[in-house]
Design a protein around this ligand. Sequence first.
Ligand code: 9MR
Length: 550
Amino acid sequence: MKRSAAYIAVLSLCAFLLTSCAAQKPSDGGSDQAPAVTVTTAAVEEVSEKMENAIEKPSVTEDLSGEKPVAVKRGSASVSICDDELASGGKALLISGRKESWNGADYKSDLFRGNEVEVKGSFRSANASVRVSVQFSVQGQTAYNMVFPVNTKPDKYTAGSGKYTIPANAENIIIYIESDTLEDIYAESFSINVCGEYTYYERAAETVFADTSDYPSLKDEYSGLFRMGMAVSPNILSKPEYSSLVKAQFNSITAENDMKPEAILDRTASVLDMDKYREAPALKFDHLRTELDFARDNGMTVRGHTLVWHSQTPEWLFYKEYDKNGELADRELMLRRMESYIKGVMEWTSENYPGLISAWDVVNEAAADEGGMRQSLWYKTIGEDYVERAFEFARKYAPEGVKLFYNDYNSYQKRKQEDILSFLKPVAEAGNIDGMGMQSHIGTYMSISEYANALKRYHDELGVEIQITELDIGADKSDGWEEKQGKYFRDFMDSVIELRRSGVPITSLTLWGISDSLSWKASDRPLVFRDDLTRKPAFDAMIEAVRENG
Ligand code: 9MR
């Protein structure tokens, strides 16, 4: 539907002018803001008039026949249409000049609000993971969710597709293409189509928050078993409806993004004085105060997340001169940087917030999905003992009583279990690990008994305590999904409680987000509160499980 595509392009441009919604890097707010735009009344009127008429089912197709693409640039990338003999039609969308992995191509997608869309694309790039994702904001909080990844090759197109339901209360919706490396990305096709019936939402559905003050409290109900936690952001805490719910329900928080290396490492300061910072990169911490003050002032503890990770850790850290075009740092240099980073973070947090951090995820996601250890830049520069070294440094600098955790997803799966156990054995033998963090981004398909066995096994074989660190349970899309998800939550919690009572030291359970649309996988509606903060059956199931097993 060409007309719709062009139409969306016009609307998108107007929406862009209206919102000046800048392409953002997921966690740090982005440094590459869109220029300020003056919005004229004429522009506003034009948009609202067109929106009223826009009831036809929309679609976007990058048809490549014109001079300009439908896509607009994301961050500092450029988008253009080029000749490409490897493309089936001889033409491709070219995304070039990318300076950060999140730079790419944006498709403004407000017309798809509240609808399920199918996104398809065929890409080539260096051997990299090209991702098609969706970005939107709900209640002023920006969410970034992946729709599908494609493992690309440089000289051959690979197709991928995915479906995603965009929340009806989402604003500034953008479907975008990015990749985990900085090479150019070519797309020989790209389309977005509505699945099934189309419902037109002129604006984001308004959220009227429920009164949550009389809800039973997870932290109180579970006080005899373990702590109850929530992943938060400064934005969430700044909204009274959310923050009062967090205070009432939880006694532990995890910063969803702000304690990750990319939020703490300061490249600008580091490169200004390489002699001073070559072995010990400069760090910045002030952005952490909102979350840490909130926890301290409300008598909560904090799970520190995370010190050593392949993701959300800037690539420049691994290069000799902090320059990605230069040479990779060697083992000795990276060990010194790792030690100084861990020392710096431990010192700042314990000096400024003594006793607040109860646990650190020292290493996150070191196991590869395809088996063995992930071939991350930590692995490539330091070698396979980088996990052991990280825990040694963490033990050396952690204040007394701070528990040291390894944290991973799909860690209940047999194969990952073996890999994780094998690289954590020496860490446990050295006495440097206290806990296993089960991220638990799961769905109602997961076998609860397999999960329970994994928990037992980590405890038995490593002699460590267990925390469920990032729980969300994706629902299926069938009728009655909320009830089915609630039933699954109940079975899951029954099993966790039983394990706890049988002596497996489960010491906390953290939910990864406050309400469905704000989840990193909003389309799966995986949390226990709806967007208006009404309780889902999943919440009631958590309460009933502890009451009935109590
Ligand atoms: O929820 C986090 C999301 O806001 C970020 O964009 C994303 C980027 O990697 O990280 C999410 O949190 C991840 C956590 O730090 C580690 N385990 C997987 C989580 C979900 O992706």
